[in-house]
Write a protein that binds this ligand. Sequence first.
Ligand SMILES: [Zn+2]
Ligand SMILES: [Zn+2]
Length: 366
Amino acid sequence: MLKKNKILLEERIPIKTIEEPFCKRCMNNIEGGKTFCGICEFPPAVVNDWYFNNVKCLGKYNYFGINNFKIPINILSILIILVKCKKKTIKSQQYAGKLLADGLFQFFNKFSDVFDSSLYLAFSPNSNKLEKNQCEYIVNPLLKRFKKEGINITDISNRIVRVKDVGKNKDKGRDKRFNDIKGVHKVKGPDLNGAKILIIDDVYTTGSTSWDLSRALKEQNAGEINVLAAGRHIFYNEWIEKEYCNFDELILYFSNLDIDRTKKRIYKVKIKELKEFTLSKDTQIVACIKGSSGDYKLIIDFTNKKIKHDCYDFNQNKKSSKRFCKHITKVFITIRDDKGDQIADSLLKRIYNNLDEWEFNDFNIN
Ligand SMILES: [Zn+2]
Ligand SMILES: [Zn+2]
C-alpha cells in the first residue's frame, strides 16, 4: 500500500514525492497562497514563451557537495547520481535507470490528464555525440514499459541534435543558462503535425534545456509539450528535509541502496563483537567485525558525531559521501534484530538528521 506522499519504485524502493505548496507548473517549492514560482511567473527576458505546459517530477533532488563528493539528500537523489555518474559501472546505471523508469511510468499514469495521448518522446542529447546519454538508462526501460502496456509512444530523440556546445550548466546563473542554450537544439526530419510530445529528463532545474528543446520541437510544428523528470532540483539553505524516519528507508539511504543491490554480501558479514550501548545522549557503538585478513574496528560516537572505521571500501569509497560500507550496514541490522525497530530507527535518525555535522573518518587517523 502506498502511504501519502510516497511512491514505491518496483514495489520496494520508497520515494518521497513533493508536497504542496508547489508551483502548479513546474513543482518548484513556493510559499503558500501563490500559484506559480518566481521563475514561472517572471521568466528571464529571453523567454517570450515557455513552449511547454506542465512539469511533473517524482521528488526532490539535491546533494551537498564537499570537495568533489556528493552527499545525496534522499534515496531519489542517490538513484539520479547513480544514473548520472560516468565513473560508476553500467550495471549500477541500469539498476537505477530501471527503478526511475518505473517511477516515471507511475507518474505518467497518475497524471494522465497531462500526459495522455502523447505521441512522441524526446530528450535532450549530449553535445558530445560519442558519449552515451545518461537519460537512455531511464528512457530505454520506460519505452519497454510503454510497449508492454500497449501505450504507443515513439522515441524521436535520434532526430534531435545540438548545433553548438554550451558547456556545463552547473555553475551558471539562471539567465545565463537560458541565454546560452537558446537556439542550441534542432529537430531534423518530417513535420510533427501538431502531435503531443513527452519530454523526459533526469533532473529539472531551471527548465532552460526543456525550454530550448521545446522551442525546436515547436519549430517543427509540435503540439502540446509536457515534461516528466525524475528529480526536481530544489535548493536549500539548510542540510535536509527530514524525509525518512523508519529503519528500512534509512538503511537503504545510508547503504547507498546496497541493502537492495547486494543484500547477500551484507548478510554474510560476521560481527565478532558488538558492545553494549544505551540510548542516552552519550551512546557509543563499538564493534569488531571479521575481515578476510584481520578484523575491522568500528566506533560510532553519537556525542561527538563521529564514525570511525578501517575497512578499505569505507575509506576509499564511502566516507567522503557519508555512506555506510557493508560492515556498518550489518551492525545496524544486528542492532535492529537484537533491540527492535524503535531503537535502530532512532539511532539512524540521529545520524541522518544532523548528517552535515557528522564526520566519517579513517579509524587510524586521529
Ligand atoms: Zn514554476
Ligand atoms: Zn567496512
